[in-house]
Ligand binder design. Structure first.
Ligand SMILES: NC(=O)C1=CN([C@@H]2O[C@H](COP(=O)(O)OP(=O)(O)OC[C@H]3O[C@@H](n4cnc5c(N)ncnc54)[C@H](OP(=O)(O)O)[C@@H]3O)[C@@H](O)[C@H]2O)C=CC1
Ligand SMILES: Cc1cn([C@H]2C[C@H](O)[C@@H](COP(=O)(O)OP(=O)(O)O[C@H]3O[C@@H](C)C(=O)[C@@H](O)[C@H]3O)O2)c(=O)[nH]c1=O
Length: 282
């Protein structure tokens, strides 16, 4: 059963590469933006024909949250139209799609756990276009898993953990937002969960939430990165209003993972345990 990974050179794509090789999965192909441009349906169709995937994992996305506020059309093209192109080809070639979405589809104005039925009310262009991507898939395809995740980090590509390690090493002090709460997700854990879903062959299609366990603010997360990484830097907790950004982010986006755990028997590590693993992998 061939697996095709789109956006294969991004952060999650590389995490999938790591886990696939740990598990000796060889029937997996990682396509970059050139051979697997999700905006070009003809290029994509050639790839489907060549690879004959039973499963397609879409890791390709526009993920620059602040920049998206100024690049609405490009963000929409990649996050919505790209997802729709993939879904149409999955229908045509009878492949199952695993698509990744985000906690940023939620408004996050109430401090309660978010489950798969919680109403989605995005407050940023990135969140809105990711939600549009979800809808484009569910409108045309039945065989899909949409896995929403949050605060993804790893030893690969760019992410909050690596930014903190760089800033914490270069600077004497930092201010980090302490009134936005969520759950970090180690990309290697998420990659394992995606491959578990494929291996289960349960056909329990639908939307699922996956992050690590626990809840922290960005400030707590940064402090843990410095502590575990042995980096000495003064860290000041900030209110969101004290760190202005182009995009508005949810104040609370902790997700309920009950559905993915009970459906697939997936074990979800505690965020701090996974952070230790990620830092030692750097
Ligand atoms: N990062 C995070 O904190 C979170 C991410 N997610 C979701 O997880 C998924 C994976 O994210 P992550 O790996 O971190 O993101 P990355 O930005 O690291 O990777 C996205 C990849 O998509 C590629 N890409 C962009 N445009 C196209 C295109 N037209 N065709 C093919 N590939 C394209 C990018 O290539 P290039 O870099 O060359 O443009 C990049 O390699 C995304 O769906 C994201 O929305 C969800 C929650 C949190
Ligand atoms: C660099 C920095 C960031 N921050 C804040 C800004 C923001 O609220 C928070 C995280 O900043 P970042 O820009 O690194 O992360 P951001 O790009 O907002 O992360 C999001 O990415 C998208 C793709 C998702 O899907 C989300 O789940 C989430 O992971 O930390 C500080 O307070 N101080 C700092 O020095």
């Amino acid at each position: 059963m061939n697996i095709l990974v789109l956006g294969g050179t991004g952060q999650l794509g590389q995490c999938l590469g790591k886990v696939a090789s740990q598990r000796n999965i060889t029937s997996i192909t990682f396509a970059d933006e050139i051979v697997g441009n999700i905006l070009d349906i003809d290029v994509l169709e050639k790839l489907f024909i060549a690879e004959k995937p039973a499963f397609v994992i879409n890791c390709a996305a526009y993920t620059a949250v602040d920049k998206a506020e100024d690049e609405v059309e490009l963000s929409r093209k990649i996050n919505r139209d790209g997802a729709e192109n993939i879904a149409k080809l999955c229908v045509k070639y009878k492949a199952t799609l695993l698509h990744i979405s985000t906690d940023f589809i939620f408004e996050g104005n109430v401090p309660t756990l978010l489950n798969e039925e919680s109403p989605a009310e995005p407050i940023s262009v990135y969140g809105l276009t990711k939600l549009e991507g979800e809808k484009a898939i569910t409108d045309v395809l039945d065989q899909y898993y949409i896995v929403r995740t949050a605060w993804l980090y790893s030893e690969f590509a760019n992410n909050f953990m690596k930014t903190m390690i760089k800033l914490g090493t270069d600077r004497d002090s930092l201010g980090i937002i302490a009134d936005q709460v969520g759950t970090p997700t180690y990309g290697v854990d998420l990659a394992g969960a995606l491959l578990d879903i494929i291996a289960s062959d349960k056909k329990a299609y639908g939307i699922y939430h996956y992050s690590n366990e626990g809840a922290v603010s960005w400030y707590d997360f940064a402090k843990a990165i410095f502590e575990i990484g042995n980096i000495t830097v003064a860290v000041k907790p900030l209110k969101t209003s004290e760190y202005p950004t182009k995009a508005t982010r949810p104040a609370f986006s902790v997700m309920d993972k009950t559905k993915i755990k009970t459906t697939f028997g997936i074990d979800v590590p505690y965020w701090r345990d996974s952070l230790k693993v990620a830092i030692s992998a750097l």
